[in-house]
Design a protein around this ligand. Structure first.
Ligand SMILES: *[C@@H]1O[C@H](CO)[C@@H](O)[C@H](O)[C@H]1NC(C)=O
Ligand SMILES: *[C@@H]1O[C@H](CO)[C@@H](O)[C@H](O)[C@H]1NC(C)=O
Ligand SMILES: *[C@@H]1O[C@H](CO)[C@@H](O)[C@H](O)[C@H]1NC(C)=O
Ligand SMILES: *[C@@H]1O[C@H](CO)[C@@H](O)[C@H](O)[C@H]1NC(C)=O
Ligand SMILES: *[C@@H]1O[C@H](CO)[C@@H](O)[C@H](O)[C@H]1NC(C)=O
Ligand SMILES: *[C@@H]1O[C@H](CO)[C@@H](O)[C@H](O)[C@H]1NC(C)=O
Ligand SMILES: *[C@@H]1O[C@H](CO)[C@@H](O)[C@H](O)[C@H]1NC(C)=O
Ligand SMILES: *[C@@H]1O[C@H](CO)[C@@H](O)[C@H](O)[C@H]1NC(C)=O
Length: 822
């Protein structure tokens, strides 16, 4: 593994994987356990990974030159076996023994030169056999036991005759014989002997053969379900005589004409379809690619047809009187300008006239069974539409007038068309909508309306309120007068699908959609929306699909994402300028985690500055943002911890801080100040009587008088006490007298003063502290006062005695100590 971690190891690994896919054994599961594909792997054997339960196996494009008995493992459930283009040349006896239940066998594109008699014949259940493009010269292959065979598809070979081997008479269910693109040039009566006896509903496909000659009566009194002879004749003459030779044939569906342009039809050729009059058919599909100078009477022999489809014919009008059975008529790409007016075709159900040169539409009248009308793409120009054009159509169900030139709507355009359920006018310029909002009034059964790209402007009217059954509405590519959105969907409560792409919409208020409680699909692509807050409102609770491709959405805030309609399962956000930045990380993560919901998630791109770079939102570096976010959190936590730590320290050592501060201030101030007292006295207030009565009395009133600084008396009022200690007391005095007693030791304030004084003097470099022991203090307690113990130990103190002699000596020593300068 470590090898592949090295950069250079990745390429060989990928090549290895690719090779595995091309040449590997592993076939892929297509749908479930029953459908496998091994297509295009150039395999020479059936991989063991295919389970025996497989029902469909696509083994096309592999390498099996010779099919031997042991090639297939037992796959008794196999129904469909595709061996397209596997280079098969030789099929041995019993080659299919292990797949004997196959019903569809595809051998297309193999150069088969030998088929053993006992190979195909073991496939007793075979229904469909494809032997397309295998170089077959005739149908003389050994498949005589395949009595269940229904379809034989042997197109693109070199077969020269439609004659079937006699044993096929026993194939009771046989119904499709496909011999397209073979080498059949002649059809003779004796070639159809077997087909004739089969009597089934046979579909015979002979398209793209080079038929030159047909013996008259070849299909006489025969019934075929379908006969395809498109592009099956070498020339017009061959076709003309060939069709005549099909006299007496009874066929369900006849497909004639040409796929490819052969040549111009001359006037003398114009009756080349006359033979159709001798054939009996229900449906005819005619594709006429040849050009002609004039109209050809194609319909002449189609009078009894029920369905006519004409592709690229040369017709100008339809001789409608001649159709008695016609139910469906389709005219596509007529090469001449067509005049269209039909009436009295009492059986006509479906009319499709599409994609023709300019059609001059005169109307449809009295067609009682007509249901479906499609007149799209005919460059039509209809004025005073539409009731005038459609009368006597009581069963009209759908009308398609899309992609024509222009339609001018009349005052009540759809009266008489009340039964209509589907109306499509997309892509046709619609005039009159502006002035007439009641114009859908008669369409109360309409379920589907498409007026997209009709150059319409919707006014502030309840345009669709009369459509009380409308389910699908497409108004894309039109414009709204200002505020019109808040009117046009009023009372349209049945709507399920609304398409409003490309309408220049910038904002939708939820009230615009208030009545659309059944709306399931909403298409709003190519607008200018920036916010989607309207979807969170409960009126759109049925919504399952929301398409907002190509809008101007930068991001969707969390409250919208959390309140999307519950059943919404498909959102398309492609091609919006999504803001890819760490500040939108929640939205980006939502996109990454909801790719199931966002079907086109790889088209959701980041907003970019230059046109040529494309960054998919799902590729955005979320990790980077998470990293930054984590870092920010860590830094914040650190900062908070630091502040807390400092606060705790400050609180704990506030005393010392204050102390340090005082020292610092005092130090700075000391240089400017002259001493105004001889000594500052530090004492406990509880010793005040002694201080006032004894100390002050003896020192201040003695000679020379000593000026003492006492905080009760001399401190400046209104100044902070600490400042006073420094300014007035310690710095304003030359010496410091400390009155030590039990009270002194217990008072934290005294201790503080003493320590400040000590430190101060240490900083000043002299030791002008005079300690007076007023009463003995236990050693333990004296240790509590920093520095005091040292003084006591060194006996550098004065002790207040009890008797007058000692006291006298005490005062003398004290006075001397205070006065002495050092
Ligand atoms: C398929 O395999 C055969 C034999 O294994 C080999 O001769 C042939 O060239 C291969 N074809 C391709 C396209 O790889
Ligand atoms: C073909 O059918 C015949 C008669 O039913 C039978 O004797 C013969 O064994 C079958 N051949 C194969 C290969 O199944
Ligand atoms: C088609 O059949 C004709 C004989 O009818 C033969 O001369 C010709 O070579 C065949 N063409 C092909 C491509 O087999
Ligand atoms: C042919 O098909 C039609 C309807 O498709 C059916 O009525 C008829 O019985 C079928 N004939 C045969 C011989 O299968
Ligand atoms: C249509 O059918 C009628 C009666 O079955 C027949 O007389 C007539 O010749 C047929 N017309 C065509 C064009 O086949
Ligand atoms: C109407 O015709 C157009 C063009 O032929 C087609 O695309 C459209 O699907 C049709 N409308 C309906 C409702 O079938
Ligand atoms: C709207 O619907 C309400 C109730 O369904 C109805 O009374 C009202 O007439 C309708 N308005 C229009 C203009 O159709
Ligand atoms: C949401 O879907 C469920 C299951 O498909 C359905 O039963 C429910 O009615 C739907 N809810 C709404 C509001 O359409």
């Amino acid at each position: 593994m470590t090898v592949f971690c090295i950069y250079g190891g990745i390429l060989p690994l990928m090549v290895f994987i690719l090779m595995q896919n091309v040449n590997g054994e592993e076939c892929t599961k297509v749908i479930n356990d029953r459908h496998y594909s091994c297509e295009g792997r150039n395999l020479t054997y059936i991989p063991t990974s295919i389970p025996s339960s497989v029902e469909m196996l696509d083994f096309s494009f592999n390498w099996l030159p010779s099919l031997q008995k042991d090639l297939f493992p037992p796959l008794y459930d196999l129904q469909v076996l595709d061996l397209t283009r596997c280079q098969i040349q030789y099929i041995a006896d019993d080659a299919f023994h292990n797949v004997k239940n196959v019903t569809t066998l595809i051998l297309t594109g193999n150069p088969i030169s030998y088929t053993a008699p006992g190979s195909l014949n073991t496939l007793h259940k075979l229904q469909t056999l494809l032997i397309v493009d295998i170089g077959l010269l005739s149908l003389n292959i050994q498949f005589n036991n395949l009595t269940k065979l229904q379809e034989l598809k042997a197109g693109t070979n070199k077969i020269q005759t439609i004659a079937l081997p006699p044993f096929m008479i026993n194939f009771k269910d046989f119904h499709v014989l496909d011999l397209h693109a073979n080498n059949i040039s002649s059809l003779q009566v004796n070639h159809t002997a077997v087909l004739r006896q089969m009597k089934g509903n046979i579909t015979l496909i002979l398209s793209s053969n080079p038929i030159l000659h047909i013996e008259p009566g070849v299909f006489k009194d025969m019934y075929l379900k379908e006969l395809n002879i498109q592009s099956a004749f070498v020339s017009f003459d061959a076709m003309r005589y060939g069709l005549k030779a099909l006299n007496g044939l009874n066929v369900g569906k006849l497909i004639i004409g040409n796929y490819i342009v052969q040549k111009t039809i001359k006037i003398s050729d114009a009756d080349y379809l006359a033979g159709l009059c001798l054939i009996s058919f229900k449906e005819i599909h005619f594709c006429q690619r040849e050009s002609s100078d004039s109209e050809i009477s194609v319909f002449r022999c189609m009078a009894n047809a029920t369905k006519i489809t004409l592709n690229q014919g040369y017709i100008r009008a339809i001789q409608q009187d001649s159709f008695h059975q016609l139910k469906e008529l389709g005219i596509y790409k007529s090469q001449l300008p067509i005049i269209l007016e039909l009436s009295h075709l009492h059986l006509l159900e479906r009319l499709v006239v599409v994609d023709n040169r300019p059609a001059f539409f005169k109307g449809l009248h009295d067609l009682p069974k007509l249901q479906h009308v499609n007149l799209s793409r005919n460059q039509m120009h209809l004025s005073d539409c539409c009731s005038n054009y459609f009368t006597g159509l009581p069963n009209i169900h759908s009308l398609n007038l899309s992609f024509n030139t222009v339609i001018y709507l009349s005052r009540n355009p759809f009266s008489g068309l009340e039964s209509m359920k589907i109306l499509d006018i997309q892509g046709t310029k619609l005039r009159g909508l502006r002035t007439q909002f009641k114009f859908f009034k008669s369409l109360k059964y309409l379920q589907y309306l498409d007026i997209s790209y009709s150059q319409s402007t919707f006014l502030k009217t309840m345009t669709f309120s009369y459509l009380s059954n409308i389910k699908v509405l497409n108004i894309a590519g039109n414009v709204f007068q200002e505020d019109a959105l808040s009117y046009i969907f009023k009372n349209v409560s049945t709507l399920e699908v609304l398409q409003m792409s490309n309408c220049g919409i910038q904002y939708i208020d939820w009230r615009d959609f208030q009545s659309l409680s059944r709306l399931r699909h909403l298409f709003l692509s190519q607008n200018k929306l920036t916010v989607l807050d309207f979807v969170t409102h409960s009126n759109l609770r049925s919504l399952t699909l929301l398409d907002v491709r190509t809008n101007s959405i930068l991001n969707i805030p969390p409250y919208i994402l959390q309140n999307l309609p519950r059943n919404l399962s498909d959102i398309d956000l492609s091609f919006n300028p999504i803001e890819c930045s760490c500040s939108q990380i929640d939205f980006i993560i939502w996109i990454v985690n909801h790719q199931q919901l966002l079907q086109q998630s790889s088209n959701i791109l980041c907003k970019i500055l230059s046109q040529d770079s494309k960054i998919r939102v799902i590729d955005f570096d979320i990790e980077g943002c998470v990293h930054i976010r984590r870092l920010t959190i860590v830094l914040c936590v650190c900062a908070v911890t630091f502040v807390v730590f400092v606060s705790v320290l400050t609180y704990k050592f506030q005393f010392y801080l204050r102390y340090g501060y005082i020292l610092l201030r005092g130090y700075r101030a000391s240089r400017e100040q002259e001493c105004s007292y001889d000594a500052f006295v530090i004492y406990s207030s509880k010793d005040e009587p002694w201080v006032m009565n004894e100390l002050v009395e003896n020192l201040e009133n003695g000679s020379p008088p000593i000026q003492l600084c006492l905080h009760v008396r001399d401190f400046e009022a209104g100044k902070a006490i600490t400042s006073n200690i420094i300014d007035e007391g310690i710095m304003g005095s030359r010496k410091i007298i400390v009155v030590v007693s039990k009270h002194f030791v217990e008072s934290s304030w005294c201790r503080f003063e003493f320590e400040v004084a000590q430190s101060w003097l240490v900083m000043q470099g002299n030791a002008n502290i005079i300690i007076i022991i007023l009463e003995d203090v236990e050693e333990e307690k004296s240790k509590k006062v920093f520095g005091l113990h040292k003084h006591l130990k060194n006996n550098t103190y004065l002790k207040w005695g009890g008797n007058p002699i000692n006291n006298m000596r005490f005062w003398i020593r004290l006075r001397k100590a205070v006065i002495t300068r050092n």
